[in-house]
Design a protein around this ligand. Structure first.
Ligand code: SF4
Length: 365
């Protein structure tokens, strides 16, 4: 295992190094080896800070650093949210990009040369050697400022979201190649890295005895990461201005918490929550945005049906029905004055508005 493999663990040679080392990932996980701790840190930093760089780069040896990569892929797969895969792949690519900038700029006598990759290494890795040509500077000692990239690979790695500047119509084209600045070439390589990292993620871990054991051993880490994602609002909690969740009745608050914690809500609970959220004015997209990643799609679909319908058939359940469903929980004083969760929300909102007006009026006196 070379330091270069640990620095760029998505390289094919790095994967081969892991395979030929014949280290059983399952054993590392069961023994809670340093690579597991680093793998958890890798995912946590990716999800929270957008980098997979170790907090203390001197804390890990080459083997732990390299092996943390396959372990982090298992962890990301177990976290089971598309947002986690996306964030993780971007963080790996962004970190590789920073390293690539440092490596390509390092001199020939650099003491860390064994860990550094060259531009040629990257082009070879992504099968681009014949597709990228440096534009002559007229000075062999100066790094080229521009390159010509064949249209095929250019279009493969160029993202349409990058803006008009990347569109072919706004580019110099010659002999089937596109002229790009050196920094733009590096951005194409970053995208190539992101795609390679994202490839195959998430994969199924459970389903065999070995997979189940692995997943069970990693469960505390995975649950903590899920909670971190949820605490950081990665589940995209957004309400319209006119809807204040502080005015939701306790039964709805409880349902929301269950949904945001990732519980697959039973039918009545999912219907009650979706019907209430549509009832207070949230669009199906907004419903999907506030109920947490695990329930987003199903509750958004329910909300779409509810929002399209009319009449009392799809009205949110009354308190009596909520009690029958066993969903009337954490009652408070206001509950004694109403018979419908919607009424709870309306009176709580009205009371809050009156209190705000009183305060404003009092302040003006
Ligand atoms: S009384 Fe009604 S509003 Fe209050 S918690 Fe029960 S169901 Fe919800």
């Amino acid at each position: 295992m070379r330091p270069l493999h640990a620095r760029y663990p998505f390289f094919a040679a790095a994967r081969q190094a892991v395979e030929s080392a014949e280290v059983a990932i399952a054993t590392l996980v069961t023994e809670d080896a340093p690579a597991v701790e680093r793998g958890v840190e890798r995912v946590e930093r990716a999800l929270m800070e957008g980098t997979v760089e170790a907090e203390d780069p001197y804390a890990w040896d080459t083997q732990s650093e390299l092996l943390s990569y396959p372990i982090s892929r298992i962890i990301v797969s177990l976290v089971e949210t598309p947002a986690a895969v996306d964030k993780y792949a971007r963080a790996e690519a962004d970190t590789a990009y920073e390293r690539m900038l440092a490596d390509f700029g390092a001199g020939d006598n650099d003491i860390n040369s064994d860990a550094r990759a060259s531009l040629d290494d990257f082009l070879r890795e992504f099968d681009l050697t014949d597709s990228v040509r440096a534009e002559s500077t007229g000075n062999s000692h100066r790094a080229p400022e521009y390159y010509w990239v064949d249209v095929g690979p250019y279009l493969t790695y160029c993202d349409t979201d990058w803006g008009a500047n990347w569109r072919l119509v706004n580019r110099s084209l010659a002999d089937g190649a596109v002229r790009v600045a050196r920094t733009e070439l590096y951005e194409l390589l970053r995208e190539a890295v992101r795609r390679r990292v994202a490839e195959g993620l998430p994969f199924t871990v459970r389903g065999s005895d070995a997979g189940d054991q692995l997943a069970d051993a990693l469960k505390p880490h995975v649950e903590r990461l899920r909670n971190l994602l949820s605490d950081r609002g990665a589940i995209n909690v957004v309400y319209t201005d006119s809807v204040d969740p502080d005015h939701f009745p306790p039964c709805v608050e409880a349902l929301l918490t269950r949904a945001q914690d990732g519980e697959a809500l039973p039918n009545e609970a999912a219907f009650s929550l979706a019907a209430f959220l549509v009832g207070v004015g949230l669009s199906p997209e907004e419903v999907g945005g506030v109920v947490g990643e695990a329930n987003a799609e199903s509750l958004k679909n329910r909300a779409t049906i509810l929002a399209d319908s009319s009449g009392s058939q799809y009205a949110p359940p009354t308190c009596e029905t909520m009690q029958a469903y066993d969903l009337c929980v954490n009652r408070d004083d206001r509950c004694d004055t109403i018979s419908h969760p919607m009424k709870y929300f309306k009176t709580a909102t009205t009371d809050a508005e009156s209190a705000a007006t009183d305060e404003a009026t009092g302040g003006a006196d």
